[in-house]
Design a binder for this molecule. Sequence first.
Ligand code: FAD
Length: 406
Amino acid sequence: HYDVLIVGAGHGGAQAALMLRQLGFEGSVAMLGDEPELPYERPPLSKEYMAGEKTFERILIRPAAFWEERTVDMLLGQRVKRVDPAAKMVTVGDDSEIGYGTLIWATGGSPRPLSCPGGDARGIHGVRRRSDVDAIMADLPSVEHVVVIGGGYIGLEAAAVLTKLGKKVTLLEALDRVLARVAGEELSRFYEAEHRAHGVDLRTGTMVSEIAVEHGAAKGVILSDGTRIDADMIIVGIGIIPETAPLIAAGASGGNGIDVDAYCRTSLPDIYAIGDCAAHANRFAGGAQMRLESVQNANDQAKVAVQHIVGEPTEYNAVPWFWSNQYDLKLQTVGLSGGHDKTIVRGDPANRSFSVIYLKAGKFIAIDAVNAVKDYVQARAHVLSGAVLNQAQLADPAVPLKEAQP
Ligand code: FAD
């Protein structure tokens, strides 16, 4: 039995444990996770870790001694398969039971698998866990041509790293532009051009209808128009499915994610949900119920849940932010651009340092800043206040964003 049991030893889980001790919680705390590793940073998996520029030790969120000193028990390599909210008990894979006073559900999500024929062949990799990337790196020496399916951030980052490692990369996106779900067209077109300039064969509006399989191994993809592209490795980045099944089976309300309120409480007593798996009403999306997949959201929701647990409740209101590294391009975003009705390009994309500002009914709702740290930093206050600003000034890089007038 633990006073607080955290299920999922990732970003949100680690931050929750850390916050509990930081806010003086003296009860027993355990983190239970199905991966064998101590909590580690996931973003480098498609960046420095995949590139071989950072060792695994360097991406640990905290070293082992940190958790020992704070008496956070690590129950690793175990998966929760059932939750009994009445008995306040979870059941893990080997059928042993662990009781809890409060449960924090921080289970993230699993890569959405390819649904087409051959989608489960050998040589097809997701990019979510350390083990995924280790498997990719182990195979790489004998790989010449990689097909990346999915033009979201993870697919694009993987394409950039593999290109840098000297692999021939083809990237396939079903929609008519990359990053369509998260960014405006200007940003999509910029990244498409960058990848092509680096030698990626990037194809949008391209559907994969089948994986070509020989002796159980993927040997290429077949497109909906019948074209075959040979490949030695296939990497799939087409989104995640939140890990919610045991909680939903226990009666928690939710659909795409576990529904939580402003304090990250689920509909079940003494059970909180945080991070990628938690569907919450986000103020920066006009109060729409949504899941956010970012380190910011996992960390900030961990804080909100823990504050409620220790009796210092504060509603979740954090400004969303995110980053992505591709080649020598550092993208930083603030706010949520979904629902924008106007974009303003600030600076010239040809200089590889510019920003895209997103407006909705004239209000500043988000920014994507590419190699433009100042814009990123100064936009935050505008996103927070939903400022309505002079658009000529917003478009003029000579006017610092913080000095833009109404
Ligand atoms: P996770 O960190 O995924 O942790 C959940 C843990 O729970 C996992 O270990 C999982 O195996 C475990 N688990 C699941 N079900 C169970 C169960 N039933 N029992 C026990 N354990 C279970 N975000 C950014 O902000 N910037 C970036 O640049 C960025 N890059 C990324 C690159 C990659 C390759 C990936 C995969 C993600 C990236 N993200 C990035 C997203 C970010 O990593 C996630 O939003 C964040 O990890 C979410 O934290 P979480 O705690 O909700 O889930």
